[in-house]
Design a binder for this molecule. Structure first.
Ligand code: TYD
Ligand code: MG
Length: 460
């Protein structure tokens, strides 16, 4: 008989300790330690993974570099270009992908649409839901007018039963919606506890790798915006995607935060319609759609997101502080960048921002986090402060240094091209980029060296 022992495990990071602690020494979370029963011998799960056709290479022997042969991982296009691009060019067989997002954002809808599209291409798909009944899923599929032939649904939370179905059906792809509802019966702890999550993910990971099944798991997100349960879940899987958006806004952004098979800065844009998610292949138009002409504090930037350029609107609002400390908030832009730019504007353009409340927002909820957005933000600050609008067909590109200099940015031609394509008439760019721009643009390109010079050109 294995001896039982009580261990305490941090619900946030999975750290284990023989005694209870108020604060986790590993991740610093308070009050997260929970009692777990640990078996002293035989900690391996007794769950049998029954798929036999293991394609795993020989193990335990080191090889020289030149002896190792590989084929590029097999990828399947889903027919959703936005989805494929974020994955790095399609679904990799044998990979495990975690999709996180707020409840109700559309994770189940997205995976249902992707699954049925793949089923229609002749792939065998198993969709396991621990949250909805078969009838509910079927109703949704009907509402989306989706019909798939080799598409199997299973309403189940017991991983042993799921593993059995996987070995019976031998699917190409499996969806687990959601990992927090799954449980391994042999393991202690309720579904969603750290131990259960780790064990369930481990088993699924082994099945994915040994049998070349692509597995998508849905993970719920906590109020702080992390995938609920331990960070460890993110470390275990190959790819982590976040599906984001504001609930009352119809745009949804799919973003990779970790990807063993591709770049992590790709962005996929979708629109939630009555008939499910629709891809947005030209997001610039959509992000600029509701822009007011002649509004102060609004500017447009050409920002690079992964392999494409997106034009986005930056808005700022400066108003005198009513009492005490000035308020500052930013959504879609990093707060630190804002503070720095406010300081630069105060020092070099003589804006008295210390007694101004300042609010920042990107239109459409897009997140911008690259240095080239600095100039657009700085100009929008000045525009709101002086209550003077910029020209509606101006676009701004450039990083700003602490001395007010405008610094060179990457991929300048792609950015100018996108602004040109969407009908902008003038683009302000860093002076040091000016020599490398290509010919043939209709847009007027204006090089600027400092923020003082830019502000003078724009507002006089
Ligand atoms: P869902 O995929 O269930 O979200 P999640 O799995 O992330 O919790 O999406 C549910 C929301 O999407 C719900 O508020 C209704 C909305 N929705 C539409 O607007 N159109 C549709 O065609 C569908 C299926 C859902
Ligand atoms: Mg769901």
């Amino acid at each position: 008989m294995a001896k039982k022992k009580i261990m305490y495990e941090c619900m946030a990071c999975g750290y284990e300790s023989p005694k209870w602690l108020g604060k986790c020494p590993n991740c610093g979370a308070w009050n997260q330690m929970e009692e777990q029963l640990a078996e002293l011998s035989g900690t391996q799960s007794s769950l049998k993974v029954q798929l036999t056709t293991s394609k795993r290479a020989s193990q335990g022997q080191a090889r020289q570099l030149h002896e190792i042969q590989y084929v590029n991982e097999a990828r399947t296009q889903t027919g959703f270009q936005e989805f494929d691009r974020v994955l790095g060019g399609g679904v990799v067989s044998g990979s495990m992908v975690l999709i996180g997002g707020d409840p109700g954002i559309g994770k189940s809808t997205l995976l249902l649409q992707v699954s049925i599209q793949l089923a229609n291409q002749g792939q065998k798909i198993l969709y396991v839901s621990g949250e909805e009944s078969l009838a509910q899923i079927k109703m949704r599929a009907e509402r989306l007018s989706l019909h798939g032939s080799d598409f199997y649904l299973l309403a189940e939370t017991d991983l042993q039963a799921i593993a059995n179905e996987m070995s019976r059906l031998e699917p190409d792809m499996v969806v687990i919606d959601s990992i927090q509802t799954m449980s391994v019966p042999e393991h202690t702890g309720v579904a969603g506890s750290v131990g259960q999550l780790r064990e369930a993910t481990n088993i699924l990971m082994r099945m994915a790798k040994d049998n070349q099944i692509a597995i998508f798991i849905v993970g719920h997100v906590t109020k702080e915006g992390n995938i609920a349960g331990p960070r460890m879940l993110e470390h275990m899987v190959d790819t982590v995607l976040y599906f984001e958006g504001e609930r009352h806004n119809r745009f949804r952004l799919l973003r990779a935060v970790k990807n063993r098979f591709g770049s992590t800065n790709e962005l996929g844009v979708f629109e939630m319609m009555d008939v499910g998610l629709k891809e947005v292949l030209n997001p610039s138009e959509l992000f600029l759609e509701e822009r007011l002409t002649g509004a102060t504090g609004s500017t447009v930037v050409a920002s690079i997101e992964g392999s494409r350029t997106i034009l986005a609107e930056v808005q700022s609002l400066m108003t005198p502080t009513a009492f005490g400390n000035a308020k500052r908030t930013a959504s879609g832009i990093e707060y630190q960048r804002i503070s720095l730019l406010l300081a630069v504007m105060e020092k070099h353009c003589h804006l008295l921002v210390q007694n101004q409340d300042a609010f920042f927002k990107t239109a459409g909820g897009v997140k911008l986090d690259e240095p080239a957005i600095d100039l657009a933000i700085a100009v929008s600050i000045a525009s709101s402060y002086w209550n003077k609008a910029t020209r509606v067909d101006d676009c701004f590109i450039g990083e700003i240094g602490l001395t007010g200099e405008i610094r060179r940015v990457s991929q300048i031609n792609e950015r100018i091209k996108e602004a040109d394509k969407l009908g902008f008439k003038r683009v302000f760019i860093p002076k040091n980029n000016y020599t490398s721009i290509e010919d043939g643009f209709n847009i007027e390109v204006i090089p600027v060296a400092t923020i003082q010079q830019a502000v003078k050109l724009i507002f006089n």
